[in-house]
Write a protein of this length. Structure first.
Length: 168
């Protein structure tokens, strides 16, 4: 009595297996198309980041002399991974590097710069990025450490400029 139901069940399983192969082939095509789209988008994003980094480096380095960091150099380091190792944010690892004295080894901003230098580098960054969004409140600690009157005036002018768009 159960044979007709068993036959129908086995036919259903066979149809699912046969459709599964076709579905697997379709999913493989979708995966390949998505991987190609991701690779193109990731490469495009990486190129845009490199162009933006060059503009940022130029703008930040232009601010440094007035902040008594005339011998320092700021640059953005972008390391790109293989597309297969990319993630939601693309294939790049981005870091800010500084060289505080000519001939010294460049290193990560957070490790190389002293407290006062770090505050002035961040101020230069914020001035360079002013008008592009960001935190509504900026706190600068030790920004006036070991600076002269002229540098204090330059720092004050930049803080005043930032205060036009955010709380400082």
């Amino acid at each position: 009595a159960d044979l007709p139901a068993l036959k129908d069940g086995l036919h259903g399983k066979l149809a699912a297996l046969e459709a599964g192969e076709a579905r697997l082939a379709a999913l493989d095509k979708e995966r390949d198309a998505a991987a190609a789209a991701y690779a193109g988008a990731a490469q495009g994003l990486s190129e845009k980041r490199r162009k933006a980094a060059a503009r940022l480096d130029e703008a930040v380095n232009a601010e440094l002399p007035a902040l008594k960091l005339e011998r320092a150099r700021f640059f953005t380091e972008i390391e790109s991974a293989d597309v297969a190792r990319g993630g939601p944010a693309g294939i790049d690892q981005v870091g800010f590097m500084v060289q505080t004295n000519p001939g010294s080894q460049p290193g990560p901003l957070m490790k190389v710069a002293s407290g006062g230098e770090l505050a002035r580098f961040v101020l230069a960054l914020k001035v360079a990025l002013a008008g592009r969004g960001g935190a509504p409140t900026l706190v600068f600690d030790e920004i006036d450490t070991a600076v002269s009157g002229a540098v204090s005036q330059a720092i004050g002018a930049r803080l005043e400029r930032l205060a036009g768009s955010v709380q400082v």
